[in-house]
Design a binder for this molecule. Sequence first.
Ligand code: ZN
Length: 194
Amino acid sequence: MTRALFIVDVQNDFTEGGALGVDGGDAVATAITRHLRAHAGDYELIVASRDWHHADHDNGGHFADGEPNYVDTWPVHCVAETTGAEYDPELDTGAVTHHVKKGQGVPAYSLFEGTTDDGEAVADLLTRHGVVDVDVVGIATDYCVRASALDAIAHGRRVRVLTDLVAGVAASSSEAALAELAHAGAELVTSTDR
Ligand SMILES: [Zn+2]
């Protein structure tokens, strides 16, 4: 059995103090680092994604022109090469095997919409390494974690969401996202129950 870990968008703009900071983001970054220290060796691939938008550009309507609706238009966030787009400092990326960037000029919620630094699509990377199982952690439960996990299922992988290693924008939409993922076939477990 060959397993990958997806670390979705644990970036300064999505943690406390960021442009779109979620409650619990820093704590999740710290907990993912703890998980990596104990379990990095369980994973053939450790893939970390970053939202990576163009500056001075609406990124396909993703950045609001006026008031954001927080559904499909957002405040400016994760502009390439800015502090907001960097990984949260609590996340130790030493064990990450592949860094994925997504959202250059377009909205991109799923890590499958991005590419590695070598320009490889994530689906191709998984296939090349024979990855069958994927654990998903990160931010935000109700947006990019949800989209990345659904895409992994759509690409035929067995998915677990480690529910103590995710943080969402809102409680109700995060609960709905986890229920949707379970319905779609994801297993919901904690990092200690795995
Ligand atoms: Zn974005």
